[in-house]
Design a protein around this ligand. Structure first.
Ligand code: GCV
Length: 717
């Protein structure tokens, strides 16, 4: 080839290469971030791909003024410096004063003279330490968007709110928002162990690198804090409730203190799970211990905890407090010394009260000596102790009376404890709902619990209003979510599991948000703003929880998982403890199926307020979704649908698996409309989801058929 031909050839190859690289993405997917491994979660600050919105936003924000020099104000600036050039495709100047139209002005009356002149005092009075205002206003004759608050953390929450509005293409004209959290302590619980493993964690190893701390600080800690702050989560329990004493050694307190330093500017407090026997396991800095006992009423034990609290606060001045799992699943507790849970909690409460710390004392107890029905035990142990807890104690109860099942009725403790604040523990990690393999959006489940009207003080006493303190006028309120994070690149294993972290945080801030609206925001922030695609994905998500219930434990069945809690195990006899076997829960026999917890059975129904106790007690009025939870139902019982129980059970199992197949099909229709990397990742997960759900259906139907001896309805075959 002559040099000219070679040059022509090279030119052609170059052109082919360039044109392939520049191939236009389908109109509906125009995000510049083609590579997306999920690391950025919902904090994707890509260029606004809607020309009209982009123009509007460029006009609304062309300069920024942030007053204040605290670390949190620095975080506000950092976040805006990441986000605004990303959204708008150009740098935005950060000024000292309002000089032009389109200034985003952020500050508190106390540190900004211009904000002080804006007459926000009345509105801010209502908003407490964490609330914020976002509003459009004329400042120095210029059109501005103002974010203000009483404390700098409110400015941060307001900033994240404004960024979310832009990510979801909301209008920035005539804004007038005032927001504050309904619940005070909005905490993530990490069941993370010292060796990096995570109990019930399905997204890799722990985020905390204990062996490197405090010397090396992984930048991921900051991204974790950003993600939480963007939702309003303000606390994190670093270690597993099945706790290791090592976390209370001076060496580990210094490590925890380093994490607290990273999280502090983001408004996040660090908490630790204690082990009840700590005083008998180690010496304090001042040489108290190890003691012969951990009896909560022993003066030496009390001195030990006081000294330990002093040490903790020396390293972590804003330490949040203790989470306690006591006398539960082999963990030590006050009952080992013939003392009550109240004695146990108050010992700790007294030790940290001087520093403003709190105790979150778990009600996940199910001592078989208390009652043969596991679902009744927490109520029976804790309600009689009401009034006895110190004012800085919250009782932390799982949403249902057994254990994070796909669906349970509400734990009857909510509303029943009138003097003691009860905080809800929700599980974000999908221990019983398909780990990080199944696509299950949990917000509809949490909404079902939160909206359940306990009737504790008449109509309107929803669980949400019990935990936010409205019903019993509690001064201290809280909510916890068992985290689904790990060191997988995308944090949660399944890309869609990110939506559960997101939804937990959003509901913790405002339990009145709808599951649909939260999904809408998450999809727009994480995947696309294309309205048709958003609606398609939302419809997949919204039915995914009910589908999971249907292919696992329909009609009130529960705890029929195998030992790992992943696959089906209706025939499993896991241990000598009767209440750990599947048969204990489903009670299948030749007559029928279900656990009689009505007044003719264990009488769990009596723990609820009227009218629920009567509604649940009567097989005719008990909602189908709880039927087999409360009643042993004959196989040929006529259900509300007109089908027999057996046929209905089969129909539900098939509805569950059909939905999963449908989700997979729908997802395929989105090829080219969402990020290709995420598309492939979710496709792979859904393929396994189809296989697993069919296994659940077939195993359970076959097993129960051994009792019912009835055929699968023809329509399903
Ligand atoms: C942290 C269930 C889980 C355990 C968990 C326990 C708890 O039993 O299977 O892994 O332990 O709940 O909430 O304490």
């Amino acid at each position: 080839m002559r040099p000219k031909q070679i040059l022509t050839c090279v030119f052609f190859i170059f052109c082919i290469f360039i044109s392939a690289g520049c191939q236009r993405l389908p109109d509906s997917y125009q995000s510049p971030a083609v590579a997306d491994d999920g690391y950025d979660l919902w904090l994707k600050y890509n260029k606004i791909d809607n020309a009209k919105k982009l123009k509007e936003y460029k006009k609304a924000i062309s300069a920024v003024v942030v007053s204040g020099d605290s670390d949190t104000c620095e975080v506000v600036r950092d976040e805006l410096k990441r986000a605004l050039p990303g959204f708008l495709g150009k740098d935005i100047p950060f000024n000292e004063s309002v000089e032009k139209n389109g200034t985003l002005l952020i500050g508190m009356p106390e540190n900004s003279d211009i904000i002080a002149q804006l007459d926000l005092a009345d509105s801010l009075k209502e908003l407490g330490d964490e609330g914020f205002i976002i509003k459009t206003a004329k400042v120095n004759g210029k059109n501005c968007i103002v974010i203000s608050a009483n404390k700098d953390v409110g400015l941060l929450y307001g900033t994240f709110n404004l960024l979310r509005m832009m990510q979801t293409h909301k209008s920035l004209n005539n804004i007038n928002i005032a927001s504050k959290p309904k619940i005070q302590r909005r905490v993530l619980n990490h069941w993370d162990n010292r060796n990096g493993s995570i109990e019930r964690g399905y997204a890799g190893k722990s985020l905390w690198k204990w062996s490197e701390l405090p010397d090396t600080v992984d930048p991921r800690y900051t991204d974790y804090a950003r993600a939480n702050a963007s939702l309003g989560i303000n606390g994190t329990v670093l270690n597993n409730v099945n706790s290791d004493a090592v976390f209370f050694s001076t060496e580990y307190l210094k490590k925890a203190a380093k994490l607290a330093d990273v999280f502090r500017p983001y408004g996040i407090k660090v908490y630790l799970s204690i082990r009840y026997t700590l005083p008998s396991q180690m010496k304090t800095e001042n040489g108290i211990g190890p003691l012969q006992t951990a009896d909560p009423l022993d003066p030496e034990v009390q001195a030990w905890w006081k000294d330990k609290a002093r040490e903790i606060y020396k390293y972590i001045p804003d330490f949040g407090g203790f989470l306690v799992k006591a006398n539960s699943e082999g963990q030590p507790g006050p009952q080992d010394y013939d003392k009550t849970h109240a004695d146990g909690a108050n010992l700790l409460a007294d030790a940290i009260a001087p520093y403003g710390g709190i105790v979150m004392y778990r009600a996940f107890v199910y001592d078989p000596d208390v009652d043969p029905d596991r679902a009744k035990r927490a109520y029976m142990e804790f309600v009689p102790l009401d009034k006895q807890f110190k004012s800085n104690v919250l009782v932390q109860a799982k949403n249902g009376p057994v254990d994070f099942q796909p669906r349970e009725p509400v734990q009857p403790l909510f509303g029943a404890m009138k003097q003691t604040p009860v905080m809800a523990e929700l599980q974000v990690t999908q221990e019983y709902l398909g780990w990080s393999t199944h696509l299950v959006y949990l917000a509809p489940m949490w909404k079902e619990y939160l909206e359940f009207d306990t009737h504790a003080k008449g109509e309107g006493s929803t669980m949400a209003k019990v935990i936010d303190g409205t019903v019993h006028n509690n001064k201290l309120t809280g909510i916890a979510g068992v985290s689904n994070t790990g060191n997988d690149r995308n944090w949660c294993g399944h890309f869609f599991a990110q939506s559960n972290w997101f939804a937990y945080g959003r509901l913790a801030w405002d339990h009145e948000l709808t599951a649909e609206d939260i999904a809408d925001d998450w999809i727009k922030m994480s995947l696309t703003c294309d309205s048709k695609t958003v609606e398609t994905i939302k419809s997949m998500m919204m039915g995914s929880w009910e589908a999971c219930i249907n292919y696992m434990t329909p009609l009130g069945l529960h705890h029929i998982m195998d030992g790992s809690h992943y696959g089906p195990g209706p025939n499993i006899s896991r241990s000598s403890r009767i209440d750990w076997t599947s048969a204990y829960y489903h009670r299948a026999d030749a007559e029928g199926l279900g656990f009689d917890r009505s007044s003719t059975g264990s009488n769990l129904t009596s723990q609820y307020f009227s009218p629920w106790k009567e509604i649940f007690d009567n097989i005719e009025t008990c909602p189908d979704k709880y039927l087999l939870w409360f009643h042993h139902v004959p196989w040929d019982y006529k259900m509300k649908s007109g089908r027999t129980l057996w046929d209905e059970l089969c129909v539900k199992y098939y509805q569950g698996t059909d939905y999963v197949e449908q989700m997979a099909e729908t997802w395929q229709s989105l090829k080219g409309k969402v990020n290709p990397e995420i598309f492939e990742h979710v496709t792979t997960k859904l393929n396994q989801h189809i296989i697993d759900s069919a296994k659940w259906r077939d195993t359970c139907i076959q097993y129960f058929q051994g009792f019912s001896k009835m055929p699968i309805p023809e329509s399903l075959q």
